[in-house]
Write a protein that binds this ligand. Structure first.
Ligand SMILES: Cc1cc2nc3c(=O)[nH]c(=O)nc-3n(C[C@H](O)[C@H](O)[C@H](O)COP(=O)(O)O)c2cc1C
Length: 188
């Protein structure tokens, strides 16, 4: 089984990183693991040019070529991200917008992608009831564009300082349990 982990925060060693490590810790060592860290990649912004709708590929040539291969080959995907202004950090959002090429291939050209399953881990500093609504919607539609079914998420409010979630043993246990269950289940 191929697992792909997307680390959405530009802050390495922060809360999203810690959540992702905890989630992946129960995985079977036989499973392959690929990392995608958008803030470390050379990813241009989607130009909205619609070249992909006509041609089935993006007009830009950069690290998205490799990211796309990883996404399409995955069986399980876990995305971990902080909330930035009720959305995703810009580097992750750049990647999400570039998935428009898969949306075009799927919905304009009728291509069928290998089915995958995806999980979201998200963290924010405040406690608002709607804190995660934006990124859940974006995640659902981002996943869907390349044949990945959204299987749920875990959401943590009130964590702001770098690594603060690492002090919450209850949170880490909950994340590990979700990882164990998600990564050990067969894709439906
Ligand atoms: C640019 C920026 C925007 C943010 N916007 C929000 C926000 O809208 N709501 C919120 O609750 N926290 C917001 N935060 C706080 C982060 O979500 C929080 O610090 C999170 O724990 C960071 O996770 P990380 O350590 O993985 O980067 C923002 C932080 C930054 C740097």
């Amino acid at each position: 089984m191929k697992i792909v982990a997307i680390m959405g925060s530009p802050r390495r060693g922060g809360n999203s990183d810690i959540m992702l490590d905890a989630f992946l810790s129960p995985r079977d060592s036989l499973h392959s693991l690929e990392w995608i860290v958008p803030s470390r990649l050379n990813l241009g912004f989607c130009r909205g040019c619609r070249f992909c709708e006509a041609m089935g590929r993006c007009i830009l040539r950069d690290d998205m070529d490799e990211v796309g291969e990883k996404l399409l080959e995955a069986d399980k995907v876990v995305l971990s991200s902080p909330v930035f202004f009720y959305g995703f950090p810009a580097s992750l959002k750049a990647l999400v917008d570039r998935a428009q090429v898969f949306w075009s291939r799927k919905y304009k050209m009728g291509e069928k992608f290998k089915p995958k399953e995806g999980f979201l881990l998200a963290v924010g500093a405040t406690s608002g009831g709607k804190l995660f609504e934006g990124i859940v919607l974006t995640t659902r539609y981002f996943f869907d564009a390349w044949g990945c079914e959204y299987r749920g998420g875990l959401f943590f409010r009130g964590f702001d300082q770098k690594g603060a979630i690492g002090e919450c043993q209850e949170c880490l246990e909950e994340i590990k349990e979700a990882g164990r269950s998600f990564l050990s289940s067969k894709n439906s």
